[in-house]
Design a protein around this ligand. Structure first.
Ligand code: NAD
Length: 498
């Protein structure tokens, strides 16, 4: 059971210890250079740990170990039912260590403990269970050829796979890649974000206990420009699966082209449109849900519905409700189970987010609420939930990903203009439309160029549905059985039986 009092979490935070070395070939080891980087908590600036800073030499060691493990079949050749049992062990251990893992996420990147205990860690365990359960139930194919041949179409693991992930859901974004990659028999190297590496190192400890063999799962903490880059350019990494910004996603395409043309999956940024139409029966409900989704996780969400496109006739009621909800999201101590909005990930990010307020003012948007830094006495990185009103879609706040608790209201005349504004973006990750008119719901959801369209809801989720984007939000999908396609090659074996 998770503690439900601030003082209990503070006591636990005072005693928790962290793994800080890299995890290579089944053992925790210092980086070859013995260099480290500091991890500070955005809650109050406290020093959490000095973590191994891996470079090219460590990447080579991890790739060699992963390759050996893959080739000798210690994991890749195991029956799916055996891999399933091991991954189920891992899911069980994650649940057993849920409090420590949740606390680590909260201390490391500032999200409310209520979210890391109720959402992040259960979702991580569920993800490992889901792919474990799936893997001994997927079949290969036989092609409908002439009688003279038997053509087998089989899926085989890629080999050595790297996963490079961001900090907003540190363990969950990793799990979305690790679970299907491991279930399909690959050897995996995880590079967590330098802003949130600690839970990944704890996961490595649990992986050994669960029975994942040495070399099959490695964790390399380090900087993107060193560890991430070295993985991207490595000649013996078969596939690289990335979640992060569009700019770094483009860098991975270059790395792949300059090295071995490794397969890529890119889950990138978003600037998601959320259309509330007058034809929806309950304007307040739509506005409340939309604000809740925009401010959840401090707005540090790739799917954040940051462009709220609203018909003029209901504009005032929507803005009034957004302002009310913003009050409920007043930033608080992330270790307090009552807190709904925590700290932004670090000082640099908080400063960048606040720069958008200046830009909004310069470009003539109104600030309906928020826009300032708060709780400065704590030494942490807290920004008020902010609603920009009367925003035009060409403004910087409507075009660039803010990745903070900021929402832009864009008034429109009618459905036609709403769809045009929704699609006027380089991104295409999530989107939503609120209407009770069935025809409008179908038409709008068909016309929006995005990987996910929610109708009369936002951010609804299940492991069974694919997650990913159109346009510069990337390609490939996490979650669902479709993710298995990313981590496997298709092989045709044509047998002449004439
Ligand atoms: P980021 O792109 O800065 O970093 C992501 C990862 O890439 C980190 O591990 C980082 O160390 C590494 N990296 C950074 N620069 C690199 C380089 N030059 N070469 C190789 N690796 C490098 O992103 P972030 O700030 O950690 O995360 C926020 C971004 O992630 C947002 O754009 C958000 O939309 C996106 N995101 C997308 C999804 C999705 O599923 N589409 C989910 C979560 C977050």
């Amino acid at each position: 059971m998770a503690p439900n009092m601030l003082k209990d979490w503070e006591r636990l935070a005072g005693t928790i210890s962290f793994r800080t070395d890299a995890f290579i070939d089944g053992a925790f080891v210092k980086s070859a250079s013995e260099r480290t980087f500091a991890s500070l908590s955005p809650i109050d600036g406290r020093h959490l740990a000095d973590i191994a800073c891996c470079d090219e030499e460590d990447v080579n060691r991890a790739v060699n170990s992963a390759r050996r493990a893959f080739e000798d079949g210690r994991w890749s050749a195991r029956a799916p039912v055996e891999r399933k049992k091991t991954l189920q062990n891992l899911a069980r251990l994650i649940r057993k260590n849920a409090n420590e893992l949740a606390l680590t996420e909260t201390l490391d990147m500032g999200k409310p403990i209520a979210d890391s205990t109720a959402i992040d860690i259960p979702a991580v365990a569920n993800c490992f269970d889901w792919y474990a359960e799936a893997i001994d139930k997927v079949y290969d194919e036989i092609a409908p050829t002439a009688q003279s041949a038997l053509a087998l179409i089989a899926r085989e693991p890629l080999g050595v796979v790297a996963a490079v992930v961001p900090w907003n859901f540190p363990l969950l974004m990793a799990a979305w890649k690790l679970a299907p990659a491991l279930a399909t028999g690959n050897s995996v190297i995880l590079k967590p974000s330098e802003r949130s590496s600690l839970s990944a190192l704890h996961l490595a400890e649990l992986a050994i206990e669960a029975g994942i063999p040495a070399g099959v799962f490695n964790v390399l903490p380090g900087l993107g420009s060193q560890t991430g880059r070295a993985l991207g350019l490595h000649m013996d990494v078969d596939g690289l699966f990335f979640t992060g910004s569009t700019a770094v996603g483009k860098a991975f395409m270059e790395y792949s082209a300059r090295s071995n043309l490794k397969k890529l999956g890119l889950e990138l940024g978003g600037k998601s449109p959320n259309i509330i139409l007058a034809s929806y029966r309950d304007t307040k409900h739509a506005a409340r849900t939309s604000a809740g989704s925009a401010f959840f996780n401090q707005g540090e969400m790739c799917t954040c519905p940051s462009r709220l496109i609203v018909e003029n006739s209901i504009h005032d009621e929507v803005v009034e409700t957004l302002v009310e909800v913003a009050r409920d999201f007043a930033p608080g101590n992330p270790l307090d189970p009552k807190t709904t909005m925590g700290a932004l990930v670090d000082e640099h990010h908080a400063t960048g987010v606040l720069e958008f307020v200046e830009s909004a003012k310069d470009e003539g948007a109104d600030i309906a609420t928020g826009g300032t830094r708060v709780r400065t006495e704590t030494g942490g990185c807290y920004v008020q939930p902010t609603v920009f009103d009367n925003v035009k879609n060409h403004m910087k706040i409507a075009r660039q990903e803010i990745f903070g608790p900021m929402l832009s209201v864009i008034p429109v005349e009618n459905v036609e203009e709403a769809v045009q504004v929704a699609n006027d973006t380089c991104y295409g990750l999530a989107s939503a439309v609120w209407t009770d008119d069935l025809t409008t719901a179908h038409n709008v959801s068909k016309r929006i160029r995005a990987g996910m369209v929610y109708v009369n809801c936002y951010d609804c989720d299940d492991m069974s549905v694919p997650f990913g984007g159109y346009k510069q939000s990337g390609f490939g999908r996490d979650k669902s059985l479709h993710a298995l396609e990313k981590y496997t090659e298709l092989k045709t074996t044509w047998i002449n039986i004439s």
